[in-house]
Design a protein around this ligand. Structure first.
Ligand code: NAD
Length: 505
């Protein structure tokens, strides 16, 4: 990604632009405008106008449009996967897999929005027995979405599809590393809704993202690094704009003594190395029961022997998308080795100019940055633990809390519940991301708010409570005509209802 200012043309002033580059070879993939504050404000104004139309459609009508969009995406999947492959460097088949998962989410959001958000009757209780009570979830209006580059379709779609299905319009600022993907998504949706500004894209760098945070949006959904998340939150605070922060992680995969070691090794390898390790919910740490540690290491090293990073079609690992990350990966490996970690595969020298070869370290000191900070490269830190208590304790000894995995035959559920994170998969890795009805999000430095599932739909709405009086109240409580007799009646009733000694059954 490089920013340039084009020379003025006879038709107007210079338009600042930037290039998106192929991280495998540095080739220019596309040139995109840098949207100014005025451009972003204009896009938000158009989105607000379109929200009048989109927000007033029925859930079914919106679902029709969203399902058409999903079908367009499915039919043109190769085209979108091509752009993603060129802009991120990830293998074409990985780009396709990410889109497949996104398609499933759009479908789920479109089909479930009415059931989750539409009017629901709730019980009114004895005191208000004369009222019929309902709750429904109304769209907020215009949602700003700021996305990262690592899963440029799947990740922002967790906000975009759910916000649209709930009745909002969206202005999307994709990462400067993947603007072409963002543009493709907005163009195809615009085609489906006959040119209306239901999903627009504003391309640019951090400043464009900042302009979206301070624009007239009703909520901002951010996915990216924690440090940027803090800036986003501070900028959104100026207008009291609510935010969702989906930030980084340092997820662990826990292997119990009774685990299927071949499956656990396969999962750790894929969880840690796929997408060149550039996965927020990727496996970065592995804690293995000491009784099976040696067997696990033999297994994972055997499975890793043909794995390599490269630009050719046979390489299963692509380049590091963001060149500045190479230094961070190298520094984590250097720190771990300097503090006494053992190199089982690869090592600090595996970090090249564009690619990082698979690296596995063992006995990594818990205070090294390879354990404490998000590495975002194809590296695994694998440490033995005495038992599952220690595995949980070390897993939770992090400021992050995004996801993780547990491999165990007997105690999977118990261990999963004790891990302080938003999502855990048992005997598989990352499975929860492919289940559209499950919420997705973290705790601690991994952020807050939820995308996906019913929680993800509600995230882009506000709850609207309505009571309708069905008949005259037995006691008129909400009036200045209320007298001492009514007060006594209310007191007698509440004492009968709640004054007795009750034990919870
Ligand atoms: P990043 O924080 O560098 O950038 C994310 C987005 O924020 C980009 O679009 C960028 O242009 C924009 N931005 C930069 N400065 C801004 C500012 N001042 N105001 C507003 N927007 C600004 O993150 P990245 O490198 O694109 O993505 C990688 C990070 O994202 C990793 O930490 C990864 O773990 C995280 N991530 C989290 C999830 C999740 O769901 N929790 C998913 C994918 C990625």
């Amino acid at each position: 990604m490089t920013a340039t200012i084009e020379s003025p043309t006879s038709t107007g002033p210079a338009t600042p632009t930037f290039d998106s580059l192929n991280p495998a070879n540095g080739d220019v993939v596309g040139t995109h405008p840098i949207a100014s504050k005025a451009d972003v404000d204009a896009a938000v104004a158009r989105a607000r106008e379109a929200a009048d139309w989109w927000g007033n459609l029925t859930f079914k009508e919106r679902a029709e449009f969203l399902l058409t969009w999903r079908s367009v995406m499915t039919r043109r999947i190769a085209q979108l996967a091509d752009i993603s492959h060129l802009e991120t460097g990830k293998p074409h088949s990985d780009a396709q897999l990410e889109i497949i998962m996104a398609i499933d989410h759009i479908t789920w959001a479109a089909k479930h929005a009415e059931k989750v958000l539409g009017p629901h009757k709730v019980k009114s209780g004895l005191l208000m027995a004369n009222q019929a009570s309902t709750v429904e979830y109304k769209q907020l209006g215009v949602i700003g979405v700021i996305g990262p580059w690592n899963y440029p379709v799947f990740t922002p779609m967790g906000s975009i599809a759910y916000a649209l299905a709930a009745g909002n319009t969206v202005v999307f600022k994709p990462s400067e590393y993947t603007p072409g993907v963002g543009q493709w998504l907005a163009d195809t949706m615009t085609e489906v809704v006959h040119g209306r500004a239901v999903l627009q894209v504003v391309t640019g760098l951090g400043e464009t993202g900042n302009a979206l945070c301070t624009a007239d949006v009703d909520k901002l959904a951010f996915t990216g690094s924690g440090p940027t998340g803090k800036k986003v939150m501070a900028a959104c605070a100026t207008n009291l704009t609510p935010v969702i922060i989906e930030a980084g992680g340092k997820d662990s995969l826990i292997v119990d003594e009774d685990a299927d070691l071949a499956k656990a090794a396969e999962a750790a390898l894929w969880g840690g190395m796929s997408n060149a390790g550039q996965t927020c919910i990727g496996t970065e740490r592995v804690y293995v029961h000491e009784k099976v540690f040696d067997s696990f290491m033999t297994e994972i090293l055997d499975q890793a022997k043909d794995l390599r990073a490269g630009a050719d079609p046979d390489a299963k690992i692509g380049p590091i998308t963001m060149p500045s990350q190479l230094k961070i990966i190298k520094s984590h490996l250097d720190d771990a080795v300097a503090k006494g970690a053992h190199v089982a595969l690869g090592g600090p020298d595996a970090v090249g100019e564009r690619f990082v070869q698979p690296t596995i370290l063992t006995h990594v000191p818990e205070d090294s940055t390879e354990i404490t900070n998000e590495t975002f490269g194809p590296t695994l830190a694998i440490n033995p633990v005495k038992n599952m208590d220690e595995a949980v304790k070390l897993t939770n000894a992090t400021a992050y809390g995004l996801a993780g995995a547990v491999f165990s035959k007997k105690q999977g559920m118990e261990v999963a519940r004790r891990v302080r994170s938003g999502m855990t998969s048992i005997n598989s890795v990352i499975a929860f991301a492919g289940v559209p009805s499950l919420p997705f999000g973290g705790v601690g430095q991994s952020g807050f708010g939820r995308i996906h599932g019913p929680d993800g739909l509600k995230e882009f709405t506000y709850a609207k409570a309505i009571t309708r009086q069905k008949f005259k109240p037995l006691m008129m409580l909400t009036s200045f005509t209320r007298d001492a007799k009514t007060d006594n009646k209310a007191l007698t009733m509440i004492t009968m209802m709640h004054g007795g000694k009750k034990t919870l059954k």
